[in-house]
Design a protein around this ligand. Structure first.
Ligand SMILES: CC(C)(COP(=O)(O)OP(=O)(O)OC[C@H]1O[C@@H](n2cnc3c(N)ncnc32)[C@H](O)[C@@H]1OP(=O)(O)O)[C@@H](O)C(=O)NCCC(=O)NCCS
Length: 160
C-alpha cells in the first residue's frame, strides 16, 4: 500500500492577554530583550491600561508570544504604536509574529487608527524584515535611541 504523508498545519490562536498571563509574558520578555527588557511592573501596567491592546499567541495552549499596541488620540487624529512584540525563541519562524501583528492592526483599524508607528533597532534584522513584509516604511532615523545603538521609526497607513 502506498504511504501517505500527513501535513498538519500549525494552529496559532490569538486572544487578548490578561493579568493572569503576566508571569509568562515577563519570562518571554526577558528571553527576547535581556538588558532592555521591560520590568514585570511595567508589563502589568500595560496589561491594565485601557489605551493598550495586549494580545497573546498560543500554540497547543502554550503562550508562544505576545504583542502590545498603544492608541494615541490627539486633535481628532488616532494613531497606533506597536509598543512591543515578543516571540519565545523556540517558537520563532512559525508565523507567530506576523499573526500577532496582523491581529493588532485589525483591532487598530476597528478602533479608528489611521496610521501605525513603531521603533526598532537598526540591527534587528528579524523585526525589520517582518515589518518590511507588512508594508512598514522608514520615516525617521533615531540616533542612539537604544543606548549606543541607533534606531529607526517606521510607519504604515492602515485601512483604506
Ligand atoms: C521579530 C520577531 C517578533 C519575529 O517573530 P516570528 O514569530 O519569528 O516571525 P514570523 O515567523 O511571523 O516571521 C514573519 C516574517 O518575518 C521575517 N523574519 C522573521 N524572523 C526573521 C529572521 N530571523 N531573519 C530574517 N527574516 C525574519 C521573515 O520575512 C518571516 O517570513 P518567513 O518566515 O516566511 O520568511 C521575533 O524574532 C522576536 O521575538 N524577536 C525578539 C524580540 C524583538 O526583537 N521584537 C521586535 C522589537 S521591535
Amino acid at each position: 500500500m502506498e504511504s501517505r504523508t500527513v501535513v498538519e498545519s500549525l494552529s496559532i490562536t490569538i486572544q487578548p492577554a490578561t493579568i493572569n498571563d503576566l508571569e509568562k509574558l515577563y519570562q518571554i520578555e526577558r528571553e527576547c530583550f535581556t538588558m532592555e527588557a521591560f520590568s514585570k511592573e511595567h508589563i502589568a501596567y500595560l496589561l491594565q491600561n485601557p489605551n493598550a491592546i495586549s494580545l497573546v499567541a498560543q500554540i497547543n495552549s502554550e503562550i508562544a508570544g505576545f504583542i502590545i499596541g498603544l492608541i494615541h488620540r490627539q486633535d481628532k487624529m488616532i494613531t497606533g504604536r506597536v509598543y512591543t512584540i515578543d516571540v519565545a525563541s523556540k517558537h520563532r519562524r512559525k508565523g507567530v509574529g506576523i499573526k500577532l501583528l496582523d491581529e493588532l492592526e485589525r483591532i487598530f483599524v476597528k478602533r479608528g487608527v489611521k496610521i501605525c508607528y513603531l521603533e526598532v533597532r537598526v540591527d534587528n534584522v528579524a523585526a525589520l524584515e517582518l515589518y518590511r513584509k507588512r508594508g512598514y516604511v522608514e520615516v525617521e532615523k533615531l540616533k542612539k535611541y537604544y543606548r549606543r545603538i541607533h534606531g529607526v521609526r517606521l510607519k504604515k497607513k492602515l485601512g483604506s
